[in-house]
Structures are given as structure tokens and as C-alpha cells.
Ligand binder design. Structure first.
Ligand code: PMP
Length: 463
């Protein structure tokens, strides 16, 4: 029996597909349709490539789920985890205790972070970090004698995780419909110029989208609003990159209305946008920042909430006990891996190199895809980007039944051994920051084949 559990392949005829279908509930999946086909079983990873059990070598254009910044197979991270597991595999940070890795990481992260984000709280997932940030924001106002400031302002197509608070703060209506609607959350339009900009220039539209926040605050009343939460770039919502005019204006509006600004950097943290943090790229000075994913390059779960002096002073000096924390807050193995991961990010200059690499990648994509009628826009910042599939590139018209063409394209990507994700009909990418020029060229070639095949499939619907 034990053999069966510990052996990687229990018996030669063990049916992985049947066992998966019978017993494994996947996240964000329609199980019925999932198990009508085969599940791709990933068995290994090296650099930017994955291998599966059918022998495919797949170029991972998504860095896992936006997280594997330093690529797969980094021995430094394995060694850091092994050493820490041998020394002390676990101890908590409750009850007047700490471990060295968590202290070192708090020190290092707050030194790296912009502005006065001088305090770090740890959890295991982005969702938990967001949940923590929202409770901190509300606790801050309660402590300051303004318990009426409870409402969290988020954005349509925002994604802040799958805990109930995170899903309520996010703007994914399908999640709201499945039990994640809570009181005291409100949403405004995203700065999605391609989708909503109409005849406005991106700069005009950035101001317009920010103005929607101001209007919402007027409608609700600033005295009821605790915080605005936003991803510097909305990742899961389709890599929505705000025009340059947007964030400075959002910052001003939050300041003038005494509303805390939470930057959810779960995707944009650690070099993705060409600076260490997306807040630096977009000139945001958040009161609270949430981090996860590339903090360990996904090798082990870890997230962090960085808190600025204004909020931390109140929480530390006035709140008393903050009744919140997780068994794995500051897990020593995860923190040790994070420290080794930051060593790699810094010594290889991956954040700084992401900008030039991203520009090269977008240039190559434009060369290969730019003339295809189905391609409406290619956009990106650093090594995160998107390709809009369109029925009419002149008017930026979407296809009927949104999501259908994106799914076709994603399947063609898979058939070409490339992972790109479809968000509605927007193809998004976020490869490991370690990707080389040759690998980028390979990625572009595979993407071009997949998009050309998609275009052929839906030719009759394209202007
Ligand atoms: N915030 C953002 C911006 C995210 O992109 C995600 C995950 N994609 C989360 C929060 C939630 O993180 P997790 O899945 O680790 O809970």
C-alpha cells in the first residue's frame, strides 16, 4: 500500500487519466467538459520548457501561472529548500517567536520595495495576501475611529484571488455569481482602452477611466470607502495595461479623498514589468502592496503584504492585537527559497533585462503577426503582454460569443507545444524572465502558427 502511495508510477498500467477524472477536482474548470478530453499531465520542467507524459516539449509562455520567473530546474532553489528543511522544516511566527529566514526576508523585501513600505506580513497565496490587505485596511479605519469606511473599490475584470473577500474585490462576475458577492464592495470600469476606449486617444481614455473612480466615490461618499485595490496591470483580466495618464490620476483621487491605495502586485512584482515592482513602472506609491507568485518563482507557496508607515504605525501602535494570521505565515522553507530566488533575480539582473527583452519580443511578434487580419493589437510592458484577436481590426470589434475564438487559439497553441492563455479572445503571455532570444523566436514562431490556424478556422467572421 505504501509503495502505491510513494511510488511516482504505482504500476505500469496505472490509469492516470481515469484517476484524475474520478478523484481530482481542478481549479477554475468545467469538469464535465474537462474529462471529455485528456488532461495534459506535466512531468518535468527545464528552463522555459515543460515536458508532458506524451513526450511533448512545451514552451511555457506563461511561466506556469505567471510565477516561474527564474525558469524551471534551478538547483539554487532546491538547495535552499533542502538546507532549510534539514535545519528547521517548520516553526510558526505566532506567540513571540520568529525564525531567521522570515526576519531576513522581511528586511530584504522592505529594503527593495519603493516608498515607505517598511513592514511585511506573510501568507502562502496571493488570495491570502489580498484578504490580509483588505482586513488591514478596514482595521486601520476602525482603529482610527472611522468604522464607516468599509467599502472596497475594485474594478471590472480585476482579479484578486479566490477567497471570498478577494473574489468580491475582484471584478469577475462569474465568480460573484457563485457565492462571492459581499456587501461593502463596489466596482468601476477597467482602464481597457482597446475594449472601451472608442474614439478617445489612450491618454484621454486613461483620464476618463480614472474619472469613473472619482464619480463612484462621489456617488458612494468617501466617508464610506476604505480602500481602492488595483493591479498595476490587470493580468487575469486580459493583461489590461493602463494608459500612462491613469495611475497618477488614481493616486491623486485616492489621496484627495483619504482612501487607501492597495497595489495588488501578485503578478507584476519581481521584475515582470521591467522594474522590480509594477508600482515603480507606473509611478504608484501604494499604502499597501500584495506580493506572491514570483516571490519564490512558484517553487513553493509564499505571499507577502507590504505595509507603508502610515497604516503600519496605526496597526502597530494603536490597534492592539490584529486577530489575523496563518499557520504558514512566514514558513521558514518558503522564506529561504524566496531569499535564494531574490539572489537569482538580482544577480542575473532579470528585472532590468525584462524591458529590453519584452521590447524585442513585441517587435518580433509585430513582424510575424502584425499583418494578420485577426490581430487587433499587440501590447506589453516588460515581459507581460497580450494579443487581441478581432473580427475587424479597423473598428476593434470583438467576435460574437466572446471567448470562443480565444479557446480555439489556445488549443492551437497547445497543438504547437506552446502555452499561451486565452482570456476571452485575448491571448496573454508572460514567459519566464530568463527566456533567451532564441527561445523568444521559437515562441513567436509557434504563436504565429497557432494564430494563423485560428484565423483560417474563423475566416468567414473576419472583416
Ligand atoms: N491577485 C492577483 C493580481 C492575481 O493575479 C492572483 C492570481 N493569479 C491572485 C491575487 C491570487 O493569488 P493565488 O492564486 O496565489 O491565491
Amino acid at each position: 500500500m505504501l509503495d502505491h502511495i510513494v511510488s511516482p508510477i504505482p504500476t505500469p498500467d496505472y490509469d492516470w487519466q481515469a484517476a484524475d477524472a474520478a478523484h481530482h477536482l481542478h481549479p477554475f474548470s468545467d469538469h464535465k467538459s474537462l474529462h471529455q478530453g485528456r488532461v495534459r499531465i506535466i512531468t518535468g520542467g527545464e528552463g522555459v520548457y515543460l515536458t508532458d507524459d506524451a513526450g511533448h516539449r512545451i514552451l511555457d509562455g506563461m511561466a506556469g501561472l505567471w510565477c516561474v520567473a527564474v525558469g524551471y530546474g534551478r538547483q539554487e532553489l532546491v538547495d535552499a529548500a533542502t538546507r532549510q528543511m534539514q535545519t528547521l522544516p517548520f516553526y510558526n511566527t505566532f506567540f513571540k517567536t520568529a525564525t531567521r529566514p522570515v526576519i531576513a526576508l522581511a528586511d530584504r523585501l522592505t529594503a527593495m520595495a519603493p516608498g515607505d513600505l517598511n513592514h511585511a506580513f506573510f501568507a502562502s497565496s496571493g488570495s491570502e495576501a489580498v484578504d490580509t490587505a483588505l482586513r488591514m485596511a478596514r482595521t486601520y479605519w476602525i482603529t482610527r475611529g472611522k468604522p464607516g469606511k468599509r467599502i472596497i473599490l475594485g474594478r471590472e475584470y480585476g482579479y484578486h484571488g479566490s477567497t471570498t473577500l478577494g473574489a468580491a474585490a475582484g471584478g469577475m462576475v462569474d465568480m460573484h455569481r457563485q457565492g462571492a458577492v459581499l456587501p461593502d464592495f463596489a466596482h468601476v470600469m477597467p482602464p481597457y482602452w482597446y475594449g472601451y476606449g472608442g474614439q478617445m486617444s489612450p491618454e484621454e481614455f486613461g483620464l476618463y477611466a480614472a474619472k469613473q473612480i472619482e464619480d463612484k466615490i462621489r456617488e458612494i461618499g468617501a466617508k464610506s470607502i476604505a480602500a481602492f485595490i488595483g493591479e498595476p496591470i490587470q493580468g487575469a483580466g486580459g493583461v489590461i495595461i493602463p494608459p500612462e495618464t491613469y495611475w497618477p490620476e488614481v493616486q491623486r483621487i485616492c489621496r484627495e479623498n483619504d482612501i487607501l491605495l492597495i497595489a495588488d502586485e501578485v503578478i507584476t512584482g519581481f521584475g515582470r514589468t521591467g522594474r522590480m515592482f509594477g508600482s515603480e513602472t507606473f509611478g504608484i506609491a501604494p499604502d499597501i502592496m500584495t506580493l506572491a507568485k514570483a516571490i519564490t518563482s512558484g517553487y513553493i507557496p509564499l505571499s507577502a503584504v507590504l505595509v507603508g508607515d502610515r497604516v503600519a504605525d496605526v496597526l502597530i501602535n494603536e490597534t492592539g492585537e490584529f486577530y489575523h494570521g496563518f499557520t504558514y505565515s512566514g514558513h521558514p522553507v518558503a522564506c529561504a527559497v524566496a531569499l535564494a530566488n531574490l539572489d537569482i533575480l538580482e544577480s542575473e539582473g532579470l528585472a532590468a533585462r525584462a524591458e529590453a527583452k519584452g521590447a524585442r519580443l513585441r517587435g518580433k511578434l509585430a513582424e510575424a503577426l502584425g499583418d494578420m487580419p485577426i490581430v487587433g493589437e499587440i501590447r506589453g510592458v516588460g515581459l507581460i503582454g497580450a494579443i487581441e484577436l478581432t473580427a475587424d481590426r479597423r473598428t476593434r470589434r470583438f467576435f460574437e460569443r466572446r471567448g470562443r475564438v480565444g479557446t480555439i487559439c489556445r488549443d492551437h497553441c497547445f497543438a504547437n507545444d506552446l502555452v499561451m492563455r486565452a482570456v476571452r479572445d485575448t491571448m496573454v503571455f508572460s514567459p519566464p524572465l530568463t527566456i533567451t532570444d532564441d527561445e523568444m523566436d521559437e515562441m513567436v514562431a509557434r504563436a504565429a502558427r497557432a494564430i494563423a490556424a485560428t484565423q483560417a478556422d474563423v475566416r468567414s467572421e473576419i472583416m
